[in-house]
Write a protein that binds this ligand. Sequence first.
Ligand code: SF4
Ligand code: SF4
Length: 164
Amino acid sequence: MLTGIFTPADCAACKLCCNFRKCSAWETPSLEDELIYLLQEEAVPLYKRADGSTTFYLHFCTDSEIETANCPMLNPDAGCTLPRELRPFECRIWPLRLMKRGSSLVLGLYKNCPALKGDTFERLKQYATGDLLQELLHYAQRHPKSVRELDDAYTIIWQDDSKF
Ligand code: SF4
Ligand code: SF4
């Protein structure tokens, strides 16, 4: 999650970013190669998607699509156990996500983040479409598998129709 926009208290009380329903397991972050190597050394359970990207393995106990599972790096009491500099890029920018819709590249903001209240939505939108945008685009260029299909759970805050 974006520090500087959200307080640690906002996220400590929520942890929605780190707990996934089976039907939304596609939202788990794609991991950068350096991080994969470190996590393998620590025997963290990982999972290779059909598209070739690697993510965290989520342990589900039933076939229910709404069952939830924590990211293996989550300590439910203390939050993410990875130091901030080692967290996947997608985790560091959450609740933002670059996505594709048809031939357009869009920047989505997760609608259900409970901290997006008051002026936080507008502040985050300004930051994401200003100072942060080039960094997001650069990451998406280097890691195209992190750009997934637009989902209803995201509000579009920026769009580029020339990207695909
Ligand atoms: S959904 Fe929002 S409040 Fe909850 S952990 Fe993520 S960024 Fe923080
Ligand atoms: S790596 Fe950390 S921030 Fe990312 S989903 Fe897992 S526990 Fe959450």
